[in-house]
Structures are given as structure tokens and as C-alpha cells.
Design a protein around this ligand. Structure first.
Ligand code: ATR
Length: 275
């Protein structure tokens, strides 16, 4: 029997670490699988994914810019996917329909709590950005016990839309990007903008950083370098990129597909050494 088929869909996708991560997880259990990276432009996404599953694909990860389209094409949606409005995991159900899930929020919180030993309870949290990535993690920060969540986005309408979608006015507020210098300081600052990926620099005031604050960038590698450099210069207690989150989100997808959660630490350490 040929190995079970998995894939990650994105655009671009050539530098994706997902094939390496899933093969490393599979080795832990002696599972044989094929995991490909498939580059598909938005116009062809839905048809390509449907063909992949029709040809026997068991599961897919979905990354930029397709997470909203992945949610839209699925027949069933997990609570996490519904709350985020996007999906990063698609699974084939026994009857041929597709289920959507979103493991981004859980992956970030697990990375913060277990790898970086950050207890989110009681934190005043600043979320920079209100796009797809921010939607994936915002509600999960609140679930993890954040005392408040302040959302700041370059275009204020998107920040308001995210706050409305969360629907917790007692803990969630929005502020203007132009007012960053006067909105006080925070215990946790999460960069969910795509500025780093796009090669743009964020101009952030040091006044945002509270005493012993933690800074977290959802991206990793060069894309996170600017924000993490700012965080270290501002005196952050921890300045973490999203490599650990990537491994944790992948482990959750693996657990959904294979019924066993792999040990993420050796895979994380291997990728960190190569980064
Ligand atoms: P993703 O899925 O990575 O979140 P997205 O949905 O396109 O991608 O969202 C990108 C986010 O990064 C948005 O919040 C965007 O702000 P706008 O809504 O104002 O466009 C933010 N962003 C991108 N480039 C930015 C920059 N140079 N400065 C500040 N915010 C930026």
C-alpha cells in the first residue's frame, strides 16, 4: 500500500518547514507518509485542494494566503476554526467531506506556556495587527487568562472588526496605531502583523514595554528579526519568535490525523540549530 498522502498548501511555499517537521514526527512513531509542499495561487486553491483529497489525500496544512479559503471550502468546522474564521488544517472525513480546524491559537499558547514558561494569566496584552494571523490567536490569549487585550492595527476598521468578533468588551479594546506612544505599557506584546514578512520595519516606541514584558512574534527567521531586535533593545524579559508555535501547531495537526501527539522538543531544537 502506498504511504498516506499529506501536503501543505501556500503561495509561496518553497521555504516551508512543514514537510521536514511532519517527517520528523512520523519517524517518532515509525509511520510512513508522504508530505508535499504544494504552491498554488489563490485562484486555483479550492480546485487543487479538492483534487488532492479526491485523489486520496488524508490531510492538509494550509498557510498564507489561503487560510480563509480553507475555512470556506470545508463542510465541518471545529470551534477553534469557527472562532478564528480561518483554518490551517483540513482533514478528510470517512464520508469524503472535509473538516477544518485551526491550531494556531493553541500552538502559540502552548509554545509560550510550556517552552518559554510564560503564564499568561493576568497579563495586559497588546496585539499588533488584525489580519488573519491575529484572528487565529486573539481569542486564545483571552482563554489563557489575559487580563486585557488591546488591539492596534494600522487600519482601525480591522481592529474594530476583530474586537467585535471576539465580543468581550470588558477585556478587549482597540486603539489607534498613531497613538502607540501614548497608550501605556503592556506585559505581553504579540506581533501579528505581516510587516516583517513583507520586509517593512515597524516603528514602535519603547514606552509600550512594561517591566519584565514578554514580546512574541508569530513569524520566525528574518521576518521576526526587526520586532525581536526592537524588543531586546527595549529591555524585554523574553523576545521569542514563532518557530516554536509552528512546531506546536504542526504537532496538533499530526495528532488530529494520526491520533498520537509527537514529542515537539527534539524537532524544535533541530530546526533552531538550522535556523
Ligand atoms: P496575516 O494572515 O499574516 O495576518 P493579513 O491578513 O494580510 O496577513 O494581515 C496583515 C496584517 O499586518 C494586517 O493587520 C496589516 O495591517 P492593515 O490591516 O492596516 O493592512 C498588518 N500590516 C502589514 N504591513 C504592515 C506595516 N508595514 N505596518 C503595520 N501593520 C502592517
Amino acid at each position: 500500500m502506498p504511504p498516506a498522502q499529506f501536503a501543505v498548501f501556500g503561495h509561496p511555499i518553497s521555504h516551508s518547514l512543514s514537510p521536514t517537521i511532519h517527517q520528523a514526527f512520523a519517524q517518532q512513531f515509525g509511520i510512513a507518509l508522504e508530505y508535499r509542499a504544494i504552491d498554488v495561487p489563490p485562484a486555483d486553491f479550492t480546485a487543487t485542494v479538492r483534487r488532492f483529497f479526491a485523489d486520496g489525500g488524508r490531510g492538509a496544512n494550509v498557510t498564507l494566503p489561503h487560510k480563509a479559503a480553507a475555512f470556506a471550502l470545508a463542510d465541518q468546522h471545529s470551534v477553534a476554526a469557527t472562532r478564528a474564521g480561518t483554518a490551517n488544517v483540513l482533514s478528510a472525513l470517512d464520508d469524503g467531506r472535509l473538516a477544518a480546524h485551526n491550531t494556531d491559537g493553541d500552538g502559540m499558547v502552548r509554545d509560550l506556556a510550556e517552552r518559554h514558561r510564560v503564564d499568561l494569566r493576568g497579563h495586559d496584552t497588546l496585539l499588533l495587527g488584525a489580519g488573519g494571523a491575529a484572528h487565529g490567536v486573539a481569542w486564545r490569549l483571552l482563554d489563557a487568562g489575559a487580563q486585557s487585550l488591546t488591539i492596534v492595527n494600522r487600519s482601525p476598521e480591522a481592529a474594530d472588526a476583530l474586537a467585535d468578533a471576539i465580543g468581550e468588551p470588558a477585556r478587549v479594546r482597540t486603539r489607534y496605531w498613531d497613538d502607540l506612544a501614548s497608550i501605556g505599557s503592556y506585559d505581553l506584546i504579540v506581533n501579528a502583523t505581516s510587516a516583517g514578512v513583507l520586509g517593512a520595519a515597524l516603528q514602535l516606541p519603547f514606552s509600550l514595554l512594561g517591566n519584565r514584558a514578554v514580546c512574541y512574534d508569530l513569524s520566525y527567521g528574518q521576518a521576526a528579526a526587526g520586532f525581536l531586535g526592537w524588543a531586546k533593545a527595549a529591555g524585554a524579559r523574553h523576545a521569542c519568535d514563532g518557530l516554536g508555535m509552528l512546531v506546536e501547531t504542526a504537532a496538533d495537526a499530526f495528532a488530529l490525523w494520526h491520533g498520537q501527539r509527537p514529542d515537539t522538543e527534539p524537532v524544535y531544537q533541530q530546526l533552531r540549530r538550522q535556523a
